[in-house]
Design a protein around this ligand. Structure first.
Ligand SMILES: Cc1cc2nc3c(=O)[nH]c(=O)nc-3n(C[C@H](O)[C@H](O)[C@H](O)COP(=O)(O)OP(=O)(O)OC[C@H]3O[C@@H](n4cnc5c(N)ncnc54)[C@H](O)[C@@H]3O)c2cc1C
Ligand SMILES: O=C(O)[C@@H]1CCCCN1
Length: 381
């Protein structure tokens, strides 16, 4: 049988693409190399941050509709996927990045509160605001329950007649008017193909003759013990946070209130060391954990500054940290979603929608020029 569309990769982006295709009555097959659920890609784990505060207007605009589509999935699946916590943004008051994001939220009317230094500790207890730093809180930001969201998108896809075949690794792609996809246990044909293979995108795209400048990083996902259980918890109304330009590191540090593992707060570094996705844990660089320990001792005195639990996850990053959402430059019936650069989860309902539109030959609902493949060819690295 010939499918209307095959989607390769059942992470959050592929699952949402398949969800939209099935809702548009397209006969769709979702292929996944590992038995589901698994923790080998980028979409596993309990939580992710959802927010509208971005330096770039186009991300903030996409998030308007994304919140609505997350709420729709909650309804369809009968599950709670989003919890509002607020997002505390801290950074050097006169720093360029902090100013850009502050101006953007004002320009785009994202609900935010500015916290003056003298009132900071009254609103955010147990955190030391670095001297020279300013703070704002985006009030509608919060947490997405990631594992649960992934299952929900897959469930709704199946309830619309979609087929998932897991434990089947794609080993070859033969482009054409009818595309032939070969896995380690079968061969399938479709009129359209969507590749959302996360950290494996580079390998898969090589079967289609395309090279993209994607780099895979291993992220140490660190949980830190609260000295007084609950002091940084969701139930105590502690927010998610992003610390821009921390003193001890080059990249941002971020955290989510304790919730999923009672007594433990997730605080991570927004960077990692390069790795091969099939040998993720051979990468043992822990310099990021040392920087986190120093930051936590200085700014989060209520946490024990040694990680209690370390999990891992991968980022697939592009040179400008913007996603790839485009048609294949040679084969217009192959659509690509890749390079989510450690911030793609919150956008998944919109990513799925535009990849579905591209694959159905429609005009996408958003200007996709920031996400084009052409931008790499214009500025080869
Ligand atoms: C530690 C961490 C924190 C993050 N925090 C946030 C956050 O707070 N907010 C936010 O919005 N985003 C966040 N992100 C980013 C977000 O999680 C990712 O952008 C998103 O999960 C990427 O999804 P994906 O579907 O592209 O990749 P994946 O989830 O990796 O899915 C790709 C799938 O393709 C499958 N596959 C690959 N090759 C093949 C093949 N040959 N055959 C069959 N299947 C194949 C893989 O097994 C995998 O299941 C974070 C990411 C990490 C790692
Ligand atoms: O996508 C996000 O909102 C977070 C910000 C901090 C780094 C990890 N990703």
């Amino acid at each position: 049988m010939v499918y209307e569309c095959i989607v390769i990769g059942a992470g959050i982006q592929g699952s949402f693409t398949a969800y939209h295709l099935a809702k548009n009555n397209k006969n769709t097959l979702l292929l996944e190399q590992f038995v589901l659920p698994h923790s080998r890609g980028s979409s596993h784990g309990q939580t992710r941050i959802i927010r509208k505060a971005y330096e770039e207007d186009f991300y903030t605009h996409m998030m308007e509709e994304s919140y609505e589509l997350w709420a729709q999935l909650e309804k369809e699946a009968g599950l709670k996927l989003y919890r509002r916590t607020g997002l505390l943004l801290m950074g050097p008051e006169n720093g360029k990045d902090f100013q850009l994001i502050k101006n953007s939220v004002q320009r785009n009317k994202v609900p935010t509160v500015v916290l003056e230094r003298h009132e900071f500790s009254q609103h955010i207890p147990n955190v030391n605001l670095t001297s020279g730093d300013a703070a704002i809180v985006e009030t509608t930001a919060g947490v997405l329950y990631a594992d649960r969201a992934l299952r929900a998108a897959q469930m709704v896809f199946q309830s619309h007649g979609g087929v998932i075949k897991d434990g089947e690794k794609v080993i070859n792609i033969k482009p054409g008017d009818l595309i032939t996809v070969t896995t380690d246990s079968g061969t399938y044909q479709a009129k359209n193909l969507v590749i959302t293979a996360g950290p494996w995108a580079k390998t898969l795209l090589s079967h289609t003759g395309l090279q993209l400048p994607l780099q895979v990083l291993r992220i140490n996902v660190c949980y830190w013990k609260e000295k007084v259980p609950g002091s940084y918890s969701i139930s105590n109304r502690f927010p998610c946070f992003i610390q821009m330009q921390p003193k001890e590191a080059e990249h941002d540090i971020y955290g989510l209130p304790s919730n999923e593992y009672p007594g433990l707060m997730k605080v991570c570094y927004h960077m990692g060391s390069e790795t091969e996705p099939d040998e993720r844990d051979r990468q043992t660089d822990r310099r990021d954990v040392d920087a986190l320990s120093t930051y936590i001792s200085r700014c989060f005195p209520g946490l024990v500054p040694v990680p209690a639990v370390v999990e891992s996850c991968m980022y697939t990053v592009t040179p400008d940290n913007n996603f790839v959402l485009d048609r294949h430059p040679t084969y217009s019936n192959i659509v690509i979603g890749a390079g989510f650069s450690g911030h793609g989860f919150k956008f998944a309902p919109i990513v799925g929608k535009v990849l579905c539109e591209l694959s159905m030959g429609q005009n996408p609902s958003y200007d996709l020029s920031p996400f084009s493949i052409q931008r790499f060819q214009d500025n080869p690295k």
